[in-house]
Design a protein around this ligand. Structure first.
Ligand SMILES: CC(C)(COP(=O)(O)OP(=O)(O)OC[C@H]1O[C@@H](n2cnc3c(N)ncnc32)[C@H](O)[C@@H]1OP(=O)(O)O)[C@@H](O)C(=O)NCCC(=O)NCCS
Length: 318
């Protein structure tokens, strides 16, 4: 039976995540107790009303599908929605229940939902060496779209423990302002290859993070831009949450005209901000076509931990 995830499934979900995604768990280091609080917050009645309304007007925020066998959740798939694509993640089947078609059934159910939400594509990321999952996706018509590097930078004992002191911003760096969005989107769009932009265009939302999301996830974010002659030429965003031992950095946006030393100073400040929040490492996912971002991250001490293949297919059957 396919049904929606329920808060009571949370303990089993965390156990399954640890077992089925060892590489990601090692990088992000999820903290089950904090996660449980987040699940309770997302599934509180008022948040449920928001999700229900969003669904009713055809703009679903996410769907969390599971397979239940004899009263036990044995498989999951999380579906969220981008502008043109449904994004699938957390595809897993508990080991004793594999090979019975549950993952295939969940992906097909998700595809139907994406079609009803009027998105053209369905997209997912898979670790490059995950042969069983890739075979499953290829058998369902998924093809390669791009590769994404999962970069990591250790932070251990960079700063003394204690309440975070403010980070002083280097020259030319200031907090992000919503007026920066359009020029930064132009910079980002120039680096996206056209076939990728067709499926995953630069999101329309602001680059300043979301206070609501930070509240739901108990996270804290900072978004900065580097200016050159009054115009934003680079952007960085960092998030720290007590649900994970790693801090997150969004793929930086960097224009060709940005001065390398100034970009390095901005990234160094972002690294320091994460260290001051007690994160043990920073994780950053960057498409491998973003050469300038990757060079800057490597200079800031990031190393490639894993490579993901982003795979996609049109939602409608050919
Ligand atoms: C990937 C995973 C979800 C597949 O679960 P499953 O129960 O075997 O999936 P299904 O029975 O629905 O899918 C069957 C199809 O997947 C492919 N497949 C599954 N396991 C495979 C394997 N070991 N080798 C090759 N192909 C395999 C086949 O195409 C198969 O079709 P077939 O049975 O008609 O030959 C499961 O192995 C898993 O949970 N792995 C750990 C978590 C993970 O890596 N998830 C993917 C994250 S991107």
């Amino acid at each position: 039976m396919i049904r929606e995830f329920r808060p009571a499934d949370a303990p089993l979900l965390f156990a399954l995540m640890r077992e089925n995604f060892p590489e990601e768990e090692a990088l992000y280091g999820t903290q089950p107790e904090a996660y449980r609080r987040i699940v309770r917050r997302i599934y509180r009645w008022d948040a449920r009303v928001v999700l229900g309304l969003a669904r009713a007007v055809g703009r679903p925020i996410f769907r969390f599908l599971t397979v239940e066998v004899d009263g036990r959740m044995v498989a999951t798939t999380l579906l969220s929605f981008a502008e043109r694509a449904g994004y699938v993640s957390m595809v897993m089947v508990d080991r004793p229940y594999r090979g019975r078609g549950y993952a295939r059934a969940l992906l097909e159910r998700a595809r139907g939902m994406v079609e009803r939400a009027h998105r053209r594509y369905i997209v997912l990321d898979v670790l490059r060496g995950n042969t069983p999952a890739i075979a499953l996706y290829e058998s369902l018509g998924y093809r390669d779209l791009r590769e994404v590097g999962l970069f990591s930078r250790p932070l251990a004992s960079m700063v003394p423990a204690g309440p975070p002191a403010p980070v002083s911003l280097p020259r030319g760096v200031r907090p992000y302002d919503s007026r920066d969005r359009a020029p930064l989107a132009d910079v980002a769009t120039r680096t996206i290859p056209p076939p990728v932009a067709e499926v995953l265009p630069m999101p329309k939302r602001a680059l300043g993070g979301s206070g609501t999301l930070d509240r739901i996830l108990s996270s804290e974010s900072e978004n900065w831009v580097l200016e050159r002659e009054g115009a934003p030429v680079a952007w960085v965003s960092v998030t720290s949450s007590d649900a994970m031992e790693a801090a997150g950095m969004a793929a930086p946006i960097i224009d060709e005209s940005a001065d390398a030393a100034a970009v390095d100073a901005m990234l160094a400040a972002a690294v320091e901000w994460c260290a001051r929040r007690g994160a043990v490492r920073i994780v950053c996912q960057v498409p491998l076509h973003s050469a300038r971002s990757i060079e800057s991250l490597q200079r800031a001490g990031f190393v490639l931990a894993h490579t993901l293949r982003t795979m996609y297919r049109p939602v409608a059957h050919a």
